[in-house]
Design a protein around this ligand. Structure first.
Ligand SMILES: Cc1cc2nc3c(=O)[nH]c(=O)nc-3n(C[C@H](O)[C@H](O)[C@H](O)COP(=O)(O)OP(=O)(O)OC[C@H]3O[C@@H](n4cnc5c(N)ncnc54)[C@H](O)[C@@H]3O)c2cc1C
Length: 421
């Protein structure tokens, strides 16, 4: 059985970072990767542009993006936080630029450049990469991993790092195997949900505006009629509901809002305000001006065309009770008021999340209570470590999820009390 100092299961961003770190101490390191190529999900990140971290400089604000579990990251961020990440990538040849929302992207070459730079470091330090080598199980005895079993072989190591990712986008290779290995070592897996994912609505009419991008809109979530969250920005309609940045962000919290102590689930609704900067009165006055301007020939459908994006006209007309061809001169006060209400409050009933197949990340994972945040070492198994999405950590879009991989991967690959490179 081939033996290594450190054996890493999974060659995504977390596994690669851990491998580089461990090998930089002169250790004999191997990555076992089930796919033929490494970093498949990394290559999809940021639509291939790879938003690899965020320039938010206030550490508390950065960490608050991960919710209550974020405090687990203080230790790893103090060793390899967002600033170090930018410096590191710049050092290995990935120059970066900052964009809207402090998102950091490679200046050139996108995700491929990031992956190539990481693979180059692996080569430099002699990391052995075993492709098309899925790990099937782990042999654990008495709080100690003895070896891992692949299809054809067994491998042993002094130290094992599980960096198999979560369950999101399983076609990239992240099919949740790491949770099984963690369970074999006695770990608890918290409830798993798709996160940063489109949302389904009970209504089927969103498909009438499928692909319609809405900018500068406000989306409010109502739980049993009470406002629980609000986001301002971009969203889109899909064939099954809604998607886009503000929807994906909200999706992370939907399971919490749905849960009720009595076991029933709370009714959740979206309220979409297409004109959040205009009051009811201002919008009414604007519509009345428009009606006057087109007096004698204006029709309701034409009025709607001046109020919503072209791709949304059919949907708006479907939702409104006013006949499409009604002359606007004959619109009653009530019809004008209803039109304004529709512009400011389109209701949709939330019918759940799309599955893991379309989720950017996983909510839930290996329980943080059982891991030492300063080393990423299991508290149950003395030579077992974790890094990346397999952990019960997730953030919003904006570079926060890859940052978890860099920081936890770096710490998991470190050797206590040694400085390394
Ligand atoms: C479409 C999309 C866009 C994204 N964009 C961004 C973005 O711009 N910014 C951002 O911060 N985050 C983004 N993310 C999230 C980010 O890509 C993930 O957080 C990150 O890839 C997780 O890294 P990881 O190393 O933990 O796991 P993964 O990247 O999932 O890598 C795990 C690896 O382990 C391998 N593996 C699994 N099981 C086994 C096994 N049994 N044996 C051997 N190998 C195994 C898998 O094949 C895979 O290669 C995006 C995700 C998606 C899906």
């Amino acid at each position: 059985m081939e033996h290594f100092d450190t054996l890493i299961i999974g060659g995504g961003p977390a596994g690669l970072m851990a491998a580089i770190r461990a090998s930089s101490f002169g250790q004999r390191v191997a990555i076992l990767e089930k796919n033929h190529s490494l970093g498949n999900k990394l290559l999809l990140s940021g639509k291939g542009r790879c938003n690899f971290t965020n320039a938010e400089s206030d550490m508390d604000r950065f960490i608050s993006q991960y919710g209550d579990n974020g405090k687990f990251l203080y230790s790893s961020f103090s060793k390899f936080g967002p600033l170090r990440t930018r410096e590191y990538f710049s050092h290995i040849g990935v120059k970066f630029i900052e964009e809207r929302g402090k998102r950091i992207f490679p200046k050139e070459g996108g995700a491929q450049r990031v992956l190539d730079a990481l693979l180059m470091q692996c080569r430099k330090y002699g990391v052995k990469i075993m492709r098309s080598t899925p790990v099937k199980s782990m042999k654990v005895r008495g709080g100690h991993v003895e070896f891992v079993i692949t299809e054809n072989d067994e491998y042993s190591a002094d130290k094992y790092i599980i960096a198999t990712g979560g369950k999101s986008y399983p076609k990239t290779g992240s099919t949740g195997d790491g949770y099984e290995f963690a369970r074999q070592a006695g770990h608890t897996i918290t409830e798993l949900y798709p996160a940063l994912v489109p949302v389904r609505t009970r209504e089927t009419w969103p498909k009438l505006a499928s692909g319609c991008d809405l900018r500068n809109v406000r989306l409010t979530v109502l739980a049993d009629g009470k406002n629980v969250a609000e986001r301002f920005g971009e969203m889109e309609f899909t064939n099954f509901g809604v998607s886009g940045p503000i929807v994906m962000d909200i999706s992370r919290f939907i399971p919490d809002w749905q849960k009720r102590n009595d076991g029933e689930s709370t009714e959740l609704q979206f309220s979409l305000d297409m004109k959040p900067t205009l009051t009811h009165e201002i919008l009414t006055a604007r519509i009345k001006r428009d009606i006057q301007k087109h007096s004698g020939h204006g029709r309701f459908a034409g009025l709607v065309r001046s109020l919503v994006p072209a791709k949304m006209v059919a949907l708006f007309l479907e939702l409104s009770d006013v006949p499409h061809d009604k002359p606007t001169d004959y619109m009653s006060e009530e019809e004008i008021s209803d039109t304004v209400t529709l512009l400011k409050d389109i209701r949709m009933n939330i019918n759940g999340l799309w599955g893991f197949g379309n989720a950017v990340t996983t909510r839930g994972g290996v329980s943080l209570k059982e891991i030492d945040p300063s080393t990423m070492r299991s508290k149950l198994c003395d030579n077992l470590y974790f890094a990346g999405e397999v952990l019960d950590l997730n953030g919003p879009s904006g570079g926060f999820n890859l940052q978890v991989c860099w920081s936890t991967g770096y710490v998991a690959g470190s050797i206590n009390d040694q400085k390394g490179e």
